[in-house]
Write a protein of this length. Structure first.
Length: 173
């Protein structure tokens, strides 16, 4: 029996690493729903990530992000969860991830690859100015946090989305 049978698979990692794209492949392959935290936040609030950020600020966005993550983890139907890059910032979120029986996979990429991929990130206000500098600093700040929550690490460097999805399944099996 796969270690993920009956459990959520949660993809975490930096902006641009491919959590949503890989999540879509996994969800299709496993016949599971895909729960994407940014999309759920937009559905729940009726506003875009950028609108929430601009009108209420980052702290409000992070509070909604926590509520959404907890709701996703609490969903009884095993799903593939694409968790936004910043979910590891809050202690409450890290505890929820480590204490749940979900299988948490950290998708890891060289920062150069992330920089190349985040060019049109409409839901990424943090990267409006100096995306490369911000991503490098963010990686330094967050590396230990991703390590803390991850049950497994999968590198996306030199791999297609499909290959990453298969690597996630191998390490989950
Ligand atoms: C963020 C990641 C984004 C989005 C917001 C903040 C972050 O999601 O939630 O712009 O702090 O890493 P993705 O990781 O899906 O791009």
């Amino acid at each position: 029996m796969s270690v993920c049978e009956g459990k959520h698979i949660v993809l975490v990692g930096m902006m641009g690493v491919g959590k949503s794209s890989v999540g879509r492949v996994l969800a299709r392959q496993l016949h599971r729903p895909l729960l994407d935290s940014d999309e759920l936040i937009e559905e729940r609030t009726g506003r875009t990530v950028r609108e929430i950020w601009a009108s209420d600020g980052e702290a409000s966005f992070r509070a909604i992000e926590t509520e959404t993550l907890l709701a996703m983890l609490g969903d009884g139907e095993p799903a593939v969860l694409a968790a936004a890059g910043g979910v590891v910032l809050a202690e409450a979120n890290r505890s929820a991830l480590t204490e749940s029986d979900a299988h948490v996979v950290w998708l890891l990429a060289n920062v150069d690859l992330l920089v190349a991929r985040v060019k049109n990130g409409v839901h990424r206000p943090l990267l409006d100015d100096d995306p490369e500098g911000i991503l490098r600093q963010m990686y330094t700040d967050r590396e230990a946090l991703y390590t803390e929550v991850a049950d497994a690490v999968v590198s996306v460097d030199h791999r297609s989305i499909n290959e990453v999805a298969q690597a996630v399944l191998r390490c989950a099996g």
